[in-house]
Ligand binder design. Sequence first.
Ligand SMILES: Cc1ncc(COP(=O)(O)O)c(C=O)c1O
Length: 660
Amino acid sequence: MPKPTSRILVINDEALVLREFVKGLNAAARSIDNPLGICFAGVATAKEALAAIEGDGDIQAVLVDDVLYSLPGARKNGGKKKLQMSAIELVKRITRFRPELSVYILIAQEKEDDVVDALFTEAVDGYFYREEKDYRGIYRILNAQIQEVAKTPFYDQLKNYVWMAKDQWHTPGHSSGESLRGSPWVNDFYEFMGEHVFDADLSVSVPMLDSLMEPKGVIAEAQAMAAKAFGARRTFFATNGTSTANKVIFQTLLAPGEKLLLDRNCHKSVHHGVVLSGAHPVYLDSSLNGKYGLYGPVPKKLIFDAIDEHPDAEALILTSCTYDGLRYDLAPIVEAAHKKNIKVIIDEAWYGFARFHPEFRPTALEAGADYATQSTHKVLSAFSQASMIHVNDPGFKEHLFRENFNMHTSTSPQYTMIASLDVARKQAVMEGYKLLSRTLALAKELREQIDSTRVFRTLALEDLLPEQTRGDGIRLDPTKVTVDVSGCGYTVEELQRELFERYNIQVEKSTFNTLTLLLTVGTTRSKVSRLYDALMRIARERRSPRRLVQTPEIPGFTKLRFLPRDAYYCGGELVPIFDERERVNHALGGRVCADQITPYPPGIPVLVPGQMITPNIVEYLGDLLRSQKRMELHGIVHEGYQPCVRVLKPHEEKGLNRLG
Ligand SMILES: Cc1ncc(COP(=O)(O)O)c(C=O)c1O
């Protein structure tokens, strides 16, 4: 098994003191048990320190001298030493850059109170007196601190339990895989999955593994460590994805009829959350990049206008970053919302790693958001469905949240998923910066390689940004690579098939003109090379390029007649989209939809429950259904061969409260 390296950087401007210190500490590290590979390196200036912290992903902690003077050669003012940077300033810079690092201060005896007072509000983990030269003592404390951060309380306990090999008189029924092992019919499943998948599949009957619904032990501890790592007051592990996380927050913050501002392009779980909570949604239209048929963020002005127009809203939810990697300049948006006491929820399903590299920050929480939901499984090393809910809301109502969380949580959660969240947090803290630096370098390399084919073209921020959002401070997460494939001559479907069948490559998603590739902490140089090789070979086929496919623009949002929840729970009736002569059925115009109708791609609902259907929308749905292109239409019901929409019956409309 590879052994970790934990480098600790000592920053001191006196060459002799520094050399002696580093030597003493390394000797201590060699002479005492050192499972984390702790070693010490020294630098004399703040500048060198910051460069080392930027360049060396193995640095886990820093020891900063309380005052850093310039080097002797740079003395000014009649031979007096010139201050380079105060400890407080250096600590601030270090923690702004890599908040996961442990920071200790070396203080000169006489200034103890001043230093401790000045650093009181900073994230300092401890102090040592320089003059004591207690190298073994310092080493032991640093070793303990790094071990503490590297702990995985839940995963450790799960392993302990498995190794205890207790007899199981409880669920699950496979009982550590005993029901499968040796079976002539299903033993292959056991062999394929591996013994520990079954050993670790345990249940609430094991108290030492704590309870996800009322955590007081190792789950509580693991969640607290995640909160610290991700910069939240509280963190909760969700085992049914961000889909559930969003719904839990909605049901906590929104009572029926209360207003929610939301991007119409939010994930479908957000729209489902509107139905479940009974909220009154105010939809903000996402911007459209007409050229590539990509829906982007909501223009900043539109968000500010909505906040001004609806100061009675309880919450605002936006997705940042989007599936395509576009992220908002969140701080001013959060500030505007907070001025009206509107809570801000940011769906960071695609951005769970952001805290661990300055390229991606500020995170939603750092920008002031009250809640952030993250699909840890999408971009970090957690199992599918494993997500986190981070809370920074000063008015957090824990009791209400807990009720809603438990309402959506299975009483038999998958323990391996919880363990994977614990491990994903540990990895992000210990080596997230290093891995993300590598991912960023690979993303840059991949973009250059793809562009060098001169047939495929990666889209830069300027290509992706819809016109209306230029100047909104939106940035691109470079690990999401969108490629214009129109130059290769294949349709997107053909290209995906070719990549899959001939080159063994599966991409993340596609639109009519683009493919999106997702780079994560698991992306390797070999994968990059294989993809480049495949694209280069396809490019060399020199097929004639296609024209960009025009994506049909989704009609603007029409009137919301009733609360989505009220409309959804009506029985309704099915009305066909085409009449007997295969023309669009104009009788649908003026009716109120009971379901959510979402063409995919792009995944934006054209209709939500309670929304009025206009002739324009019927035409649009008719066009999509007649088109030969592959497109799913979620929410359309087929009665025989007839595609239908579920709408409210006239008497059902009469029985409901109309909005505005
Ligand atoms: C923006 C957004 N939010 C939420 C989700 C749901 O996340 P999960 O798959 O973890 O349930 C997705 C999934 O694709 C998403 O794209």
